[in-house]
Design a protein around this ligand. Structure first.
Ligand code: SAM
Ligand code: SF4
Ligand code: SF4
Length: 338
């Protein structure tokens, strides 16, 4: 397909795509899928509702023809989806796609890292919010200790994958772990990204007071390290990066709440059951699965995606108010994939 660049109402091109491949997870992180809300009876999507790998591949090709250069696979926990390397291989063969990444809790990386790399995966973001096993077990709601994740990180590094660490910081929960995590990642040469705790979904009981802002984290780090700012690598780079002076190790911040970056947001999301979301904070998506399961051509699918993107005006984080936090219906993070 010929390449076209499409822009939304605020002149933002469509550049990257997050694909959630599954809504299930082996963790119950307090800030994402709290165990009390996602209990044994929680109704996850049946398999027939999930997009098949062939459907994901077809959509990915069309998205790339509309300007997407980067794809990140996520979930739920994406490594719980059967044969994920098969999907990675299909995606890695798409002409014009420059980058394929994966966000994972890391538990299954020892099993899959090598195969994923061989299939064409370039990088993984591993979520780790503390180095304290007892606390980590509480955060993940499953009592899983830190060693399991460290093994996953090592497996990814050994396989030759680029590795970044995602740490969601929540006040009173793991803010005491900011400096130990920074120290550990600096020593290991791992890029750590501090993520501000967000009001995604409606099950995590988010409060503004629970957010530790980028500024607060930065000020704390500055007491321990000399940091120099790093220029964005490309338009729309979400992380604000700094380098530990005299090293080539970066540390990043995703200040989604305190310094919103909607004006350069070029990201679309595809949920596991085939809905397109143009913002992490949408309540409902736009169906693409049922549409593509009819007898439609690639051009018709491309037209539908173009029409969705062209109508996009989202800038939720720019406009966040106490009121919108309470009243706006939002899709769960585990469903849309962060
Ligand atoms: N299960 C995988 C994992 O945890 O990496 C992938 C899906 S998870 C939803 C994607 C990312 O969203 C993770 O880095 C996770 O820490 C982050 N996340 C989840 N809930 C969040 C919240 N309320 N605020 C900020 N980030 C959150
Ligand atoms: Fe699962 Fe990731 Fe959500 Fe934790 S953050 S519950 S690992 S989807
Ligand atoms: Fe993009 Fe929506 Fe986040 Fe703004 S709030 S940066 S539009 S996903």
């Amino acid at each position: 397909m010929e390449k076209t660049i499409i822009k939304d109402q605020l002149n933002r091109p469509l550049r990257d795509l997050r694909i959630s491949v599954i809504d299930r997870c082996n963790f119950r992180c307090t800030y994402c899928m709290p165990a009390e809300k996602f209990g044994p009876d929680f109704a996850f999507l049946p398999k027939s509702e999930l997009l098949t790998y062939e459907e994901i591949e077809r959509l990915a090709k069309i998205f790339v023809s509309l300007g997407v250069e980067k794809i990140r696979l996520t979930g739920g926990e994406p490594l719980l989806r059967k044969d994920l390397p098969t999907l990675v291989k299909k995606l890695s063969e798409i002409e014009g796609l420059k980058d394929i990444g994966l966000t994972t809790n890391g538990v299954l990386l020892p099993k899959f890292a090598k195969e994923l790399k061989e299939a064409g995966l370039l990088r993984v973001n591993v979520s780790l919010d503390t180095l304290n096993s007892e606390l980590f077990g509480k955060i993940n709601g499953r009592g899983v200790g830190v060693d399991v994740i460290l093994e996953g990180i090592k497996a990814a590094q050994d396989a030759g994958l680029g590795v970044k660490i995602n740490m969601v910081v929540k006040k009173g929960l793991n803010d005491s772990e900011i400096v130990p995590m920074a120290r550990f990642c600096k020593e290991q040469g791992l890029q750590l990204r501090f993520i501000e705790y967000m009001d995604v979904g409606s099950t995590n009981g988010w409060k503004m007071d629970d957010v530790v802002t980028k500024k607060e984290i930065y000020e704390l780090l500055k007491e321990h390290y000399l940091l120099e700012p790093v220029d964005p690598a490309y338009f729309g780079e979400v992380a604000k990066r700094y380098r530990y002076e005299g090293t080539n190790v970066d540390v990043g911040f995703i200040p989604s709440v305190s310094e919103s970056f909607c004006s350069s947001c070029t990201r679309s999301r595809l949920s596991a059951n085939g809905q397109i979301f143009t913002c992490l904070f949408n309540g409902e998506g736009h169906d693409i699965k049922e549409f593509m399961r009819k007898d439609v051509t690639d051009e018709e699918i491309a037209d539908r995606i173009t029409s969705i993107w062209s109508g996009r005006k989202d800038r939720y984080s720019d406009e966040r108010t106490e009121e919108s936090v309470k009243t706006r219906k939002k899709i769960e993070m585990s469903y849309i994939g962060g």
